[in-house]
Design a protein around this ligand. Structure first.
Ligand code: 26Q
Length: 758
């Protein structure tokens, strides 16, 4: 019936027949049909509703995904084919909303998909940043930031007409609510609810992404986390946070009232998942609003504590939010007495200074507030949760052991396999039938095909096809020329020191020098990087600059360029991830052990048949446990060893470089004359100095073992059937990492939405 609807819509809206319609017209017609179809479905309902509150939702383009959930994908693809189009081409008309930084925001998006798939009543709540995070442009081998606008008549936003006042210390503003509908693949729907600032004004953006940070009445929903390297930026971030939570608290209480419940019944009818500490002020704000409804503070605190659960995504000290009480006084003075009361109340039972919400310097520790006044706290992978219990949050684990729980992350297979890699999904179905589309664990039925040479050879062919497709796309988008017969080795994730993109780049230096000395790898290697750096994160930008200079140096060297190629994929986002993941052979997951809470890219690459080259960090530990040591390449010091080095202050990069000429030769290459001439010497010197004197995330510690592991993996690649078996095993064992499994666990142990229905 899609055919009829599409033909009719094209005629009604644009007065064209399908054979004359442009891609744009097809896109807009499909958008309105998908929206109408979704609106016809019942909203998921039940006695209890989940609010997943997050400063980020990295949802990516929605057309294919929503058509899949609505059961219209096949029909749309066939109909378009009749007029010489593909869904992928039509989807190019959609702008991707860049409403997130990386893992935490993408996780929230995968969760929305799975919550809807399981038919659970649960909405996401966040902010409608008009310019997203930023668009990354590369100029003079450096990252430049530009606005990344996405809102247009072609976006999925639906106005709701709902408005809420938000009172700051300095002024009052209005939050207006938009929805993006989330259809579930088994019927029903939920919504992503995005608050916007009624008076937001894009005209205050100056060159690049700069704007007056003090003009909160016009800037609050322009960008996600504007630069917080200075005081004004940090204050703006706090304004954004209060804007989000104040509007969210009002929405939750309004919906409670509309469903006929009293404020004091909040915990029986709503559950709030706080995605990292960014929305933590929701706790005092809800308590404050219950107070206005006449609920005394201690009772309000008890009810709210039974309604809120907190997810921790990091152990990095700089990401554990602490706000000066003074800043809160400026932004939302009405919260100060509430937070002080919560601190006193908690301190009566637990007076130790390391668990105080307000410390002796007047800093409010957001995670501490979440744990005292929430009923659950979870880490995002087994190792991460253990580190929280034994180290970072140990005093809290001693007080509240029953609150701690692990929820290993997951990814939605609908986006990352069924839509994102149709040829692979087809290959799987030919072998084990369609059950895996609904039940990810069924992928294990692929295991017997490890012995089937035809299957192994066709799997290699599929990978080659995906590599060719990526090569075409990168040629078109940025003029990069890739050889599909090279090994595709990919590191795609935010740029951060702990993720050690620099270590990967130093392997490329090693390989370059080997090639120059006549020792070539078994076949050409293409190393792809895709990463945005935070605008104020100087060292991260230095790493990008180094990679780009290295890429140019190799490219100019006729003796090396046929054997090694280094590519920086511009403006990494969900769309680019969709290009890279099916084409990957070696998945770089090389964080310093203990530092990557989970990782989710690791799961996406595995599901698409890449072999992981990784440390025993985050969810890599669980990947290794499932595929077995023969099907993953592990290297590096363990998290226990790393944590011990930190505790004893025993890591010394200077000494390593003095004692090991091989390491020194690689590090020194950062200052290699021809390289310096291609780039900015200040940036490269700064990078060298940091690596040789500080190297806080211990790049040099694991570099040699990394080289050993990667060389070994490249040799194993040459046994093509053995490689295909590794690849197949990774696909077959990926089922556990479906976010449907993760969400079932959240519901079973935290939300109890299903149980409330029974
Ligand atoms: C904090 C304070 C001030 C400014 C910014 C921030 C800030 C912003 C974003 C802190 C953290 C983030 C994002 C964190 C994040 O993406 N964490 C990732 O979460 C994933 C999902 O759980 C994990 O898989 C990754 O391991 C983790 O790095």
């Amino acid at each position: 019936m899609l055919k009829t609807a599409l033909t009719q819509t094209l005629w009604d809206r644009f007065h064209v027949k399908p054979e004359q319609a442009s891609r744009r017209q097809f896109y807009l017609a499909l958008l309105s049909i998908a929206q109408a179809e979704t609106a016809r479905r019942p909203r998921n309902a039940g006695p209890k509703k989940l609010y997943y509150v997050s400063a980020e939702f990295l949802i990516g383009k929605l057309l294919s995904n929503n058509l899949l959930s609505l059961g219209l994908y096949e029909e749309a693809e066939q109909f378009l084919a009749g007029f010489g189009h593909t869904l992928a081409e039509v989807e190019e008309e959609e702008d991707e909303p860049s409403l997130g930084n990386g893992g935490l925001g993408r996780l929230a998006a995968c969760f929305l998909d799975s919550i809807a798939a399981l038919g659970l009543p649960g909405d996401g709540v966040g902010l409608n940043y008009h310019e997203g995070l930023f668009r990354q442009a590369i100029r003079q081998r450096k990252q430049c930031e530009e606005p990344d606008p996405w809102i247009s008549p072609a976006s999925w936003l639906l106005p709701t007409g709902k408005r809420f006042p938000v009172a700051f210390g300095s002024c009052e503003v209005t939050a207006v609510l938009y929805d993006i509908a989330v259809p579930g693949c088994n019927g029903g729907r939920n919504a992503l609810r995005l608050f916007d600032l009624e008076t937001v004004n894009e005209d205050i953006i100056e060159d690049g992404i700069s704007f007056d940070k003090t003009d909160v009445a016009h800037n609050l929903t322009l960008f996600l986390y504007p630069d917080d390297s200075d005081e004004e930026g940090r204050l703006l971030r706090l304004y954004q946070q209060y804007f989000l939570v104040s509007a969210t608290a009002q929405l939750i209480l309004e919906e409670l009232r509309e469903r006929g419940f009293a404020p004091e019944e909040l915990d029986r009818h709503a559950v709030v998942q706080i995605n990292d500490t960014h929305p933590s002020l929701l706790i005092p704000e809800l308590i404050r609003l219950l107070g206005e409804e006449g609920v005394p503070l201690e009772r309000a605190a008890a009810v709210v504590s039974r309604s809120c659960a907190y997810t921790n995504h990091t152990i990095l000290a700089e990401a554990l939010e602490k706000w000066p009480l003074e800043s809160i006084e400026t932004v939302a003075p009405q919260l100060v007495p509430v937070i002080e009361a919560l601190d006193r109340l908690a301190a009566q039972a637990h007076p130790a200074p390391e668990v105080r919400i307000i410390d002796e310097d007047g800093l409010v520790h957001m995670a501490r507030m979440d744990i005292h006044y929430g009923f659950r706290v979870n880490g995002v992978a087994a190792l991460h949760t253990e580190i929280l219990k034994k180290k970072e949050l140990r005093p809290f684990y001693e007080i509240y052991p029953e609150k701690f729980t692990n929820k290993t992350n997951g990814i939605t297979f609908r986006r990352w396999l069924l839509c994102g890699n149709r040829p692979l999904a087809g290959w799987i179905e030919e072998r084990i039938g369609p059950d895996f589309r609904k039940d990810a664990d069924a992928l294990e039925r692929l295991l017997p095909f490890r012995g089937d040479e035809d299957s192994l050879l066709s799997l290699l062919e599929l990978k080659r096809g995906a590599k060719r497709r990526l090569a075409e796309r990168l040629l078109e988008s940025q003029g990069a020329k890739l050889d599909p017969d090279a090994v595709f080795d990919i590191q795609a994730k935010r740029l951060h020191e702990y993720k050690r993109q620099l270590m990967n780049a130093l392997y490329a230096v090693y390989l370059y020098l080997e090639i120059k000395e006549g020792r070539r790898p078994p076949r050409p290697v293409t190393v792809l990087f895709a990463a945005k750096a935070a605008p104020a994160y100087t060292l991260a930008k230095d790493v990008i600059h180094f990679i780009l200079c290295l890429s140019a140096l190799v490219e100019r060297d006729p003796a090396a360029r046929n054997w090694l190629k280094i590519v920086m994929v511009e403006n990494y986002n969900v769309t680019k991830a969709g290009w890279l993941i099916p084409a990957c052979e070696i998945s770089e997951q090389i964080s310093l052990a203990s530092q990557e809470a989970s990782g989710t890219g690791n799961m996406k690459f595995m599901l698409n048949g890449a072999v992981t080259l990784g440390t025993l960090d985050g969810a890599n530990v669980e990947i290794a446990g499932r595929v077995g040591r023969e099907n993953i390449a592990l290297f590096g010091k363990s998290s226990a060893e790393v944590l011990r080095l930190y505790e004893q202050g025993a890591y010394d990069p200077d000494a390593l470089l003095r004692e090991d000429p091989d390491l020194a030769r690689l590090a020194d290459f950062i200052l290699h004359g021809p390289l310096l001439r291609l780039g900015d010497p200040d940036s490269l010197f700064r990078l060298y100095r940091d690596l040789s004197h500080k190297d806080w995330f211990m790049t040099l510690l694991d570099l040699k073992d990394y080289i050993r592991a990667k060389d070994g993996l490249l040799r194993r690649y040459e046994d093509r059937l053995r490689w295909a078996r590794m690849s197949l095993t990774n696909i077959a064992m990926a089922g556990y990492f479906s976010s449907d499994r993760t969400i079932r666990e959240y519901d079973r142990d935290i939300w109890h939405l299903e149980e409330a229905r029974r």
